[in-house]
Design a protein around this ligand. Structure first.
Ligand code: SF4
Length: 328
């Protein structure tokens, strides 16, 4: 019997956890594949089967699942509940119900592996998730433990790579698994922090490749992933009340962090159309930047985002910053 295939949609948690799941499933003896990068067909197919008021990333994951469904034996859609030990902080509700939403929207799916990742379940929350998967496939405890250790080590290496310098997650994955040297960062005359949920910022199709285009425009880009979580958490007390959502807090804390870095010339927030949390995140970031008279640009991506419109807005933003500096 050939090797069973597990498919992982190239969106949402792909940008945060791909190395973890790839190593874990391969160590358990599966072939681990992803859907292809987002394109128009994936987006259009996703839009057709998703409830109309869903945010773009949720529509996208439906398209990615459709792309995978006839090529694999299982599809991995972890139920992301919590990745922060603090009480009352979870992933956005769309993540919590994602496996159920996909099962309800798409018929004839292969079996979905919906491991629950919930830090509140204790120190070994990630191991518990892996153990549940291993047991589902009758793998011996020691095999699961070995696979888990290797997987966590790959994830740590990936996160360290992303902290060292600007790497898109796709580039970090290349470096990690194919040992290909990262692109050399050009110095750039402007330093811009590009913040937002990784699945919005780094999906080059849906974001109109904002990071790649800024690099081409001679900008040195700084990301949320370049700031260690321990540093981000120092800003946790800045708001009277933390938001309920893990990734939203990270984006806001990264904004505070970069506003305190003298080399940063401006902040771009990449938000998703119809994202409830982003309605608040964006306002909080904008007000903070306004109070400090700091250049801020919001780019909201939706299924109709065109590269031309995004490029014009980026160019205008950079021109405005250069003018302020008197360097035009
Ligand atoms: S945080 Fe926003 S963009 Fe992300 S899944 Fe939730 S609603 Fe969608």
């Amino acid at each position: 019997m050939g090797q069973k295939k597990v498919g992982f949609p190239m969106t949402l948690m792909y940008y945060l956890h791909y190395p973890l799941w790839k190593v874990f499933f391969e160590e358990l003896g599966f072939e681990f594949i992803t859907s292809i990068p987002t394109n128009k067909v994936i987006l259009d197919e996703g839009v057709k089967v998703t409830v109309t008021d869903a945010c773009v990333p949720i529509k996208l994951i439906h398209g990615h699942v459709l792309e995978l469904k006839d090529r694999v034996d299982y599809i991995l859609i972890p139920r992301m509940v919590n990745a922060d030990r603090e009480k009352n902080i979870t992933f956005c509700p769309k993540f919590l119900g994602l496996p159920d939403m996909i099962r309800a929207s798409i018929p004839d799916l292969p079996s979905i592996i919906d491991a629950r990742v919930d830090r509140k379940s204790g120190r070994f929350y990630l191991f518990n998730a892996c153990k549940g998967i291993g047991e589902q496939f009758d793998k011996p405890f020691m095999t699961i433990l070995r696979a888990y250790r290797k997987a966590v080590s790959a994830l740590k290496k990936f996160e360290n790579l992303m902290e060292e310098k600007l790497l898109l997650p796709q580039e970090g994955i290349e470096v990690l698994f194919n040992d290909s040297p990262p692109e050399t960062e050009s110095p750039g005359d402007l330093n811009i922090a590009v913040l937002g949920y990784p699945y919005q910022v780094y999906d080059t199709y849906i974001s109109a490749d904002i990071v790649g285009n800024l690099r081409k425009m001679g900008v040195r880009v700084w990301s949320m992933e370049m700031v260690p979580y321990s540093t981000l958490k120092k800003y946790a007390g800045k708001l009277k009340k933390k938001l309920f959502w893990h990734l939203s807090n990270r984006v806001i804390w990264a904004n505070y962090h970069y506003l305190n870095q003298p080399q940063i010339d401006g902040v771009i927030h990449v938000s998703a159309f119809a994202c409830g949390p982003d309605a608040m995140v964006d306002k909080i970031m904008e007000l903070e930047c306004k109070q400090r008279n700091f250049p801020f640009l919001n780019i909201t991506v939706d299924e109709h985002t065109g590269e031309g419109g995004v490029l014009t807005r980026l160019e205008a933003f950079l021109d405005m910053i250069r003018l302020r500096r008197g360097g035009a």
